[in-house]
Design a protein around this ligand. Sequence first.
Ligand code: PGA
Length: 236
Amino acid sequence: MLIAGNWKMFKGPADAGAFCRALREADLGSVDVVVCPPYVSLAEAVQALAGTEIGVAAQNVHWAAEGAFTGEISAPMLRELGVYGTIVGHSERRQYFGETDETVVCRVNAALEHGLHVVACVGETEAEREAGQTEAVLRRQVGAIAEGVSETDELVIAYEPVWAIGTGKTATPQMAQEAHAVVKSILDVPVLYGGSVKPENAAELASQPDVDGALVGGASLDVDSFATICREASHS
Ligand code: PGA
């Protein structure tokens, strides 16, 4: 069971350091724990969590090792900082920054080649779910990764229905289970659920047979709430 906190564009280095020092002292149950701060706070988080089992991952990575790509960050640069992995293809990147299934595959491959663990995100929009296209969307998004990526040992998929992200609307455990089963039928890797995971719903979501953890946004920004989610998920 893996619980990853996606901080999005929150917490600069000072806040990140304070959060990570508090996290070191918290009871996190028996799950694997990863935090994903913004780029500028990664070094601080790595330092504050040194000597613990808690991993630090980025929220995105470029596919080239270096080059004329203004504003981008590469996998070797993240490795140099002591970063353990990265999120790729988050729906906010797909929605606002032109991420496509093709660029997701490029990023996943580059990250894996350079020894980063990867959480690749997929999920349908509200309109797609209402139109009965959830399975087709998952088949397209996960299929692109399955076809384009050769080794999957360090790869995890996060199923994040777009309508559940930051909205307070959570997929029911049954919806999550169904979607995770579809993902696993295409690509046999661990699958995290993401979308309004909170202390109150973490245990029930985590108890589904094909739910292998959670990618937590808003509720990961507070140490007590994040630690409670970790402990709740540990019980299932
Ligand atoms: P949320 O975000 O938990 O705030 O809904 C999840 C995510 O975007 O990874």
